[in-house]
Each structure stands twice: as C-alpha cells, then as structure tokens.
Design a protein around this ligand. Structure first.
Ligand code: GAR
Length: 197
C-alpha cells in the first residue's frame, strides 16, 4: 500500500465504463479505498466522461509507450497506485506492469474462463461465440492478470442461464447485470483480504 493507509486504485478501461462507474459508486465514500486514476487507451471512450464527471484524474495512453516504453509506471507512481482493476480494458498488460504489481492486477471477463477467452475474445465477440456454440450457461470471471490473455488465477465466477431466444445483445445485458452486482463487491473483499495478510 502507498505510505498513507488509503489504497489507491487505478481503473483501466477502453469503453463505455459501466463497470468503472459501479466501482466508483461503491467506493465513493470509503475511508480506505480511493479510485485515484482512470487509464484509457481510446480517445472519446465513455469512461473518460465518467472520469470527468466524477473528478477523477484520467490518463490517455498510447501503444508505443505502454508496450515498448516504461508502461506508464511513473504516472502510476505519481498517483500512488497500489492496485489495478481492468474493467473492459482491451489491451494485453505488459510484463513490466505485471512485475511492478504482483497479484495486484485483476480483470473481469464476460464469460466462464477458461472457455471463450484469449486474444480477440472480448465484449460482443465473446457473446456471439457463446450463442453460436448453443451453450446453456455463460457468466463472468474475475481473475488475476498474468502475461497471457485471460489466464491468471480465478478469484470468482458467477453464472447465468441462456434461453433459446437469447441473442448476443440480450446475453451481454445479462452479463452486465452480473458484473455490476459482483465486481465491486468482490474487489472490496479481495482488498480487505490482501490487507489482512
Ligand atoms: C465488460 O462486459 C467486460 O467484461 C468486457 O468488456 C465489457 C466492458 O463494459 N471485458 C472484456 O471483454 C475483456 N476481455 P463496460 O465498459 O460497460 O464496463
């Protein structure tokens, strides 16, 4: 943890940011968890508006420096970041960042890993693949991040049933409900556990 007793979290997101919003809401009045930075790789992404409205500093990152430079470690340090949450962040995490934050980076994936994960399996593509395979269930996976896509140790999974009439869009809605319900809670519990150990 940073020198103060407040855990500083950076949320990395590439899209609309509905999960980021739920996490911000959950910890808005927390005395020990602060959402200190929003990191985004996509100009114009909804999550940047959320950052602005919530008056949380944001950082727009570029590929070259993220993957081949210092992975923005100086900025993360400057904001005293202790823990990183990927909430719809679509780039792989460089090794430098994983090594700087061992067991302190988690991701949410909109399917039941180890199925329907890996490169190219994000957002809508995941739901399309699940529906095409006529699965009877899907769900969410919250996991630690390692150097492979969607691969680190699983922390939590929740499932939902898929009806015959479900389309990828309808499934996406069900998955978002699960994510919003569980992600902020699991994050809070995980941080509490890590602080105790
Ligand atoms: C979420 O469903 C998240 O699980 C998914 O992107 C969506 C972002 O929604 N992440 C991935 O697909 C990562 N492989 P949001 O911007 O509304 O939070």
């Amino acid at each position: 943890m940073s020198s103060s007793s407040v855990m500083h979290i950076a949320i990395f997101a590439s899209g609309a940011g509905s999960n980021a919003q739920k996490i911000i809401d959950r910890f808005r009045s927390s005395s020990h968890i602060k959402i200190a930075l929003i990191v985004c790789n996509k100009e114009g992404a909804g999550v940047l508006n959320i950052a602005k409205t919530e008056k949380i500093p944001s950082l727009l990152i570029n590929k070259e420096r993220f993957f081949k430079g210092d992975a923005y470690l100086p900025e993360l340090k400057e904001h005293h970041i202790d823990f990183i949450v990927l909430a719809g962040f679509l780039w792989k995490i460089p090794l430098a960042l994983i090594q700087a934050y061992p067991n302190k980076i988690i991701n949410i994936h909109p399917a039941l890993l180890p199925n329907y994960g890996g490169k190219g399996m994000y957002g809508h593509f995941v739901h399309e693949a699940v529906i095409a395979a006529k699965e009877k269930q899907s769900g969410i996976t919250i996991h630690y991040v390692d150097e492979l896509y969607d691969h680190g140790n699983i922390i939590y999974q929740a499932t939902c049933d898929i009806d015959e009439a479900d389309t990828p869009d309808l499934l996406a809605k069900k998955i978002h409900v699960l994510e919003h319900l569980h992600f902020p809670r699991v994050l809070g519990e995980l941080i509490e556990l890590q602080n105790r150990s």
